[in-house]
Design a protein. Sequence first.
Length: 356
Amino acid sequence: MEPRARKLKILASIIESYVLTGEPIASKALAAAMENAVSSATIRNDMAELVASGYLEQPHTSSGRIPSQRGYRLYVDHLMMGSHELPLELQGEIDRRLSAFSYDPNKFLEVTASLIAEQTGLLAVVTNPVDQHPQITNVELMHVGGCSVMLLLMISPANLKTRICRLKGTVNGEVLERCRMAIRDRLLNLPTESMTDAFIIETADHLGSLWDTLRPLILAARECVEESGDMQVIMEGQSSMLARGVFAEWQLAGIMDFMEKRGAIADLLGEGNGFANSGRTCILIGNESHRPELEGTGMITERYYGGGQTAGWIGVVGPTRMNYAKLIPYIDYFADAVGTMLRDVLGHQDDPHTTF
């Protein structure tokens, strides 16, 4: 076997063994695993060169070797065996459990995160779908008693916001209908970026005497619009990872604290991270994230597309030595399933990732 190919095979074998056992690999054990096709002396020399090149590490003088971050990156990019599709039976089970909640966007994403954590045993991270050019797609009012009215605002792609507002004067059927028509006239199909102070002033002038009645509803609508632009991050699997000792409690707390910082996670998952493995899948290993909270972790994420300009992220966070080849098919399938179901619900058929 050519020396370079032999060293790459040794590196791959060490990583795959370390993923399974979490224990450093010695040359004799590796020779036996390779059915003595290579002598332990040759393996020892190759391992020393891999350490010198930064692909392996030696935790203690007399111990075996473990992969370094650089070794994992080489493995993921060039040595990892191609991932396979999930079994059809498992695909059907995932589809069945997701589809039961596909018409409730918030619950749907919570169930998605829970299922990913259940299937992978890792920390699942799911973000809400965000439309690059959101607009108000529906407005409804509901009388809840006395002077109180509930405002229901649907903001693309599937963001339902509600507010209870107290209006001036008595609210009856006639007043409610007049308010509904006026507020729908002003807000329906309005791009959210147009909900500015200037728009509020213009609306007040446009409504005239009706402004005093509608003012609480218009201001509440602006609050809803401002909230809708935030990336929401749903996480599941924390307790399981703690129970299994995947991360120390302090380390997991740091990871979760980082994930809850919407701006930070949005930057990390943005287009410019430069670590796309293939297609939409992104793998970050250790300090490639440039975030101290994520050192010692591996992260696999993938975009899902809800049609048009709507997209969100699905992924897992685990230890650096997680089984990337096994996990990628799960993330692939969940991203495709979630995107397909959202496009069905939202009435979109296009996926910007699809090529013809």
